[in-house]
Design a protein around this ligand. Structure first.
Ligand SMILES: Cc1ncc(COP(=O)(O)O)c(C=O)c1O
Ligand SMILES: N[C@@H](CCCC[NH3+])C(=O)O
Length: 435
């Protein structure tokens, strides 16, 4: 049995997270319930900071808020002193409301609207990751309107196909994101910098994809970055101060997953940067920026569900349905994401039968787990699905008009409601009558 962070089986064999009994949490706040182990989030952040501090390099870690974005997590990020990456007005608004300094916000996105860019300019966000030629000109024009010279990075696609689900690959040549290096678009963008006086170029950014277990892709991307850095200097006299390798560091969802440790990833990235600079005889090391999302919050999240109906087709399949599903966790339906689960009130009971955990939506694809061996379950028991902390709530939806769940942060035996359960009235609050 694998339990991460502060999760453990207590003396009664019940699941405890952050010193809080999962059965008590389910009774107190209802289900489905997202439970976040705050200590484990902070420890993961510390492991990134520590991994960089071992080396003599300038670095910045920006939490990719798309993995989980609400006031509470932004407050943790602020307290821990990280930067934060946003991709929309909604994420930007949340970060600002949580008190993240605008200067620590990096604005991403492949189609930022003029209104979103103006909002960011008014807030004076720290940097813009410019994705395409349209945005390059739009941002320069808007920055001029606001009498600002803004710091930018170019997002480039380095032509690296990460070993991950196809929908999570973003660094390959045909990606919708960024300036393509191979066909020369990235260098064309660099050339334009000399005539865009409201843009201050910091450097290059790439993001290879998500849930990556190997460092090789990052190392190839780095070589392509450095070619670009040299060409930018030689051809257009443009200096690069920053290289941003995005996020993507994988986590453990089930026992089949064997992610690399934080240190191993960071050590090999920093070493590779030093080697490239040395071999190319560059005067100074660029700053190294990263943007982890999943690896900061993923394993810290557990979703508690109440078990309801069952359906058994003799000798074929047994379904066990819970009170949530694709509305609170779209990942199994979208990426065939795999998860592990326990009966929270009997964590250590021997598994005796193979069942499939079904969601409650009117979709055959609304399955949380296919074929998991569990103890014999009863209606009313609490099922805990682990490692749901990233891209779970952030991709939650109201299909079938199902309200989104509540969320608590737990630490040192205390729980704090950080997101209320949506109500039925909230579901119709924007509806208008036809007549
Ligand atoms: C530009 C960018 N940066 C960072 C991330 C975070 O990735 P991950 O959650 O895999 O660390 C993403 C999402 O994949 C992204 O699109
Ligand atoms: N949303 C995804 C990955 C894409 C992340 C954003 N580029 C997931 O749940 O795994």
């Amino acid at each position: 049995m694998y339990l991460s962070g502060t999760s453990k089986s207590n003396e009664q064999g019940q699941l405890e997270i952050g010193g809080c009994n999962a059965i008590v949490l389910a009774a107190q706040y209802g289900t489905p319930l997202y439970v976040y182990d705050e200590k484990s989030i902070r420890e993961k952040i510390h492991s990134y900071i520590h991994a960089f501090k071992k080396h003599d390099v300038k670095f910045d870690i920006a939490y990719a808020s798309k993995a989980l974005c609400n006031i509470a997590i932004c407050q943790v990020i602020k307290e821990e002193g990280l930067s934060l990456d946003v991709v929309s007005a909604g994420e930007l608004y949340t970060a600002l409301k949580a008190g993240i300094p605008a200067s620590r916000i990096h604005f991403h996105g492949n189609n930022k609207s003029p209104e979103e860019l103006e909002m960011a300019l008014q807030a004076k966000v720290g940097s813009y990751i410019v994705d395409n030629f349209y945005e390059l000109d739009l941002l320069n024009t808007l920055a001029e309107k606001y009498h600002q010279t803004v710091s930018i990075l170019f997002r480039v696609s380095p032509g690296v196909k990460a070993h991950t689900h196809q929908y999570m690959q973003t660094g390959q040549q045909d990606s919708k994101f960024g300036f393509d290096i191979i066909s020369g678009q990235a260098l064309e963008a660099v050339e334009l910098l000399n005539s865009r006086s409201n843009l201050r170029f910091l450097g290059f950014h790439c993001h290879l994809g998500s849930q990556i277990f190997e460092k090789e892709g990052y190392l190839i991307a780095l070589q392509r970055f450095f070619d670009l850095i040299e060409e930018s200097k030689q051809q257009f006299d443009i200096e690069t101060r920053v290289i941003n390798l995005g996020g993507g560091f994988g986590i453990r969802y089930t026992e089949e997953d064997h992610p690399l440790g934080t240190e191993e990833f960071i050590d090999s990235i920093v070493e590779a940067v030093k080697i490239e600079c040395n071999e190319r005889k560059l005067d100074s090391l660029p700053e190294i920026w990263i943007e982890p999302g999943r690896s900061i919050v993923g394993e810290a999240g557990t979703t508690l569900y109440t078990i309801g109906s069952e359906k058994e087709i003799p000798d074929i399949k047994k379904y066990v349905a819970v009170d949530g599903g694709m509305t609170d966790n779209l990942r199994p339906a979208l990426y065939q994401g795999k998860y592990n689960a326990f009966i929270a009130n009997r964590v250590e009971d021997d598994p005796v039968e193979v069942v499939s955990i079904a969601g409650r939506c009117c979709e055959s694809g609304d399955m949380l787990i296919h074929d998991i061996k569990l103890p014999k379950v009863k209606a009313g028991e609490i099922l805990a699905v682990t490692s749901t902390g990233a891209y779970g709530y952030s991709m939650a939806n109201n299909y079938n008009r199902i309200p989104r769940p509540a969320m608590v942060f737990v630490k040192d035996g205390k729980s704090k409601l950080v997101l209320k359960r949506e109500t039925l009235d909230q579901l119709i609050q924007n509806d208008l009558e036809l007549c």
